[in-house]
Design a protein around this ligand. Structure first.
Ligand code: DGY
Length: 322
């Protein structure tokens, strides 16, 4: 074994990323892509200088508390880091990084896919054709709601929110946003700023959620806030499921208050999502694939490695979150 740092890699990564890992580190690769249990992560931590996890690995305060002292860094292969207890990492002096920017385009593409799939009843139509249940055509058949020229409301106008807004402008949509602080004129690009979520909701024919999952945003889209949306709004979420109150959203889908939703992220994902979604036609559902393009997966891997390279060179990593 060389004196290169040893990295525990949480999941199978693209060949180019694993090749760079093998070149520059002693990499413990996850060749069969099996999800490590907390116990395995803790046990393996005795052999490694850093962990490179995805959002599928949960590094709770309890797990972080039991990691070996040898672990210097957690370099996430993700922009979101709600799967890592940041305070626990800080308390142990473990550096935590994420991978912003490189996935903004891919995630914005998914947000637009969700918007169109929900507004134009994509899942329902697909299921009908596959089930050989398509019997007729008439002007009243499978009528959706048009998004062109409508108001596109963004909660969280960070990198992904801004790229998604730019794509929505391609549909002549009028962009409104809520963000903790107002953006500069350049970044705002003519969008209307709302200094509170409630005001934004009243202006969102399509609502797109892009804020991170934190204690403050948990259940943010609840029954009271849904009531503020225009009747027949479309809601899309590529952020984290925790931002949504599922019961409230499902009730609004059933009542018709919300025309349709497009969701890529869920409470309880992957295997314990609210069963109510599966029973509804007016939902367009994807399995958390917002950033799942070949290009972006390589970009995320390289970004995580750039952070590790900086850390082990004794420099400040570009994407430090703790
Ligand atoms: C992210 O990067 O946060 C995506 O949700 C994939 O993990």
């Amino acid at each position: 074994m060389s004196d290169k740092p040893t990295i525990l890699v949480g999941r199978k990564l693209p060949p180019a990323v694993e090749a760079r890992l093998a070149r520059d580190y002693n990499a413990i690769l996850n060749t069969d892509d099996t999800l490590y249990t907390s116990e395995q992560l803790i046990e393996l931590s005795a052999q490694v200088d850093a962990i490179l996890p995805c959002h599928s690995e949960h590094l709770s305060a309890d797990v972080i508390g039991k990691l070996s002292d040898r672990v210097k860094a957690i370099a996430n292969f993700s922009v979101g880091y709600d799967h890592v207890d940041i305070e626990a990492a800080k308390a142990r002096g473990i550096i935590v990084t994420n991978t912003p920017d490189v996935l903004s385009d891919a995630t914005a593409e998914t947000a637009i896919l969700l918007m169109l799939g929900a507004a134009r009843r994509g899942s329902e139509g697909d299921r009908m054709v596959r089930a050989q249940a398509w019997r007729d055509w008439s002007p009243s058949f499978m009528v959706g709601t048009q998004v062109t020229g409508k108001r596109f409301g963004v909660i969280g106008m960070g990198r992904v929110g801004r790229v998604t807004a730019a794509r929505a402008r391609g549909f002549d949509m009028d962009i409104h946003y809520y963000n903790r602080s107002r953006l500069s004129g350049d970044l705002e690009a003519g969008a209307t700023f709302h200094d509170n979520v409630d005001s934004l909701l009243a202006s969102a024919d399509v609502l797109s959620i892009h804020c991170p999952a934190t204690a403050e945003t948990k259940g943010l889209l609840n029954a009271e806030r849904i009531a503020l949306l225009p009747d027949g709004a479309v809601v899309i979420n590529t952020s984290r499921g925790g931002v949504v109150d599922d019961d409230a959203l499902i009730n609004a889908l059933k009542s018709g208050k919300i025309f349709a939703v497009g969701l890529d992220v869920f409470n309880g994902e992957p295997s314990n999502i609210h069963p109510g979604y599966r029973e509804l036609d007016n939902v367009f559902l994807l399995p958390h694939i917002g950033s799942a393009t070949k290009e972006t997966r390589v970009g995320m891997g390289y970004r995580a490695l750039d952070n590790l390279d900086a850390i082990f060179a004794g420099k400040e990593p570009g994407d430090r979150v703790a």
